[in-house]
Design a binder for this molecule. Structure first.
Ligand SMILES: [Zn+2]
Length: 246
């Protein structure tokens, strides 16, 4: 069926196509991830070609046909260009990491309004809040894992069920989960979760205020979540946009 539809979207990537067109990958609110063509999009005067650019939050009108792999964009307007992100190398690096996760790990046409809203919210915060980009990215990453169906469980020891595990040296075993200070001695350890990292992950997960005194705990938390995701999704080879700090 052919229909004309309207949706909000974030632009994930953009490529030249043929002599005059552009093909874009979009993460949309109404239809999940999809590919679309901007006919004449390579022309410098194409309004749609300018509006539909990587990282922009836009509203689009699509000629949509379910049997077609690539939809046609008939109009687009800009909701936010996130200019402060594009002007700041650190913000941009983490915004690219968000785009990369959406590009690599969301499934075409799988609709998730909560994830879409979460992406817009975190990009708006990266753009305008004073919180460190690495913390904002961590907040997004732990939420994204949950939306993918791989929430990290931090409430209780995965073996004995003990819940009071704060302020102790813990382990994480990728197959079993978090291990308390007693159970950790009887299982293989994939990761040491010291009290500082455990507390930080909890703050990310439950959206608590973070006063970061040592940036290495934020880096460790991202490496941990990345390894965790690589374990659950073997095709995923890590976040290329962040290789720079490894
Ligand atoms: Zn235990």
């Amino acid at each position: 069926m052919n229909e004309i539809v309207k949706t909000e979207a974030i632009v994930l990537s953009k490529l030249n196509y043929g002599d005059s067109s552009k093909i874009v990958s979009l993460y949309t609110n109404e239809f999940g991830k999809l590919s679309a063509i901007i006919k004449g999009g390579r022309n410098a005067k194409s309004k749609i070609g300018l509006v539909v650019d990587v990282l922009n939050h836009i509203q689009i009108i699509l000629y949509k046909k379910d049997t077609r792999e690539i939809q046609v964009i008939s109009d687009a307007s800009l909701l936010s260009p996130f200019l402060k992100i594009k002007d700041d190398f650190d913000k941009l690096k983490f915004a690219q990491a968000i785009i990369e996760l959406l590009q690599k790990l969301t499934v075409e046409h799988e609709i998730n309004h909560r994830l879409f809203r979460g992406v817009i919210r975190i990009l708006a915060l990266l753009n305008s809040s004073n919180e460190m980009p690495i913390i904002l990215f961590g907040r997004f990453f732990i939420f994204f894992l949950e939306e993918l169906g791989y929430a990290i469980q931090l409430d209780e020891c995965s073996v004995c069920g003990k819940t009071n595990i704060y302020n102790k040296e813990l382990s994480y075993n990728l197959e079993i989960g978090i291990l308390c200070d007693e159970c950790r001695h009887n299982h293989l350890e994939s990761y040491v979760i010291n009290p500082e990292l455990f507390n930080y992950l909890n703050c990310l997960k439950f959206n608590k205020k973070i006063e970061l005194t040592n940036v290495s705990v934020a880096e460790k938390s991202i490496l941990f979540m990345e390894k965790y995701l690589m374990f659950h999704i073997p095709d995923f080879r890590g976040i290329q946009s962040l290789k720079i700090f490894k």
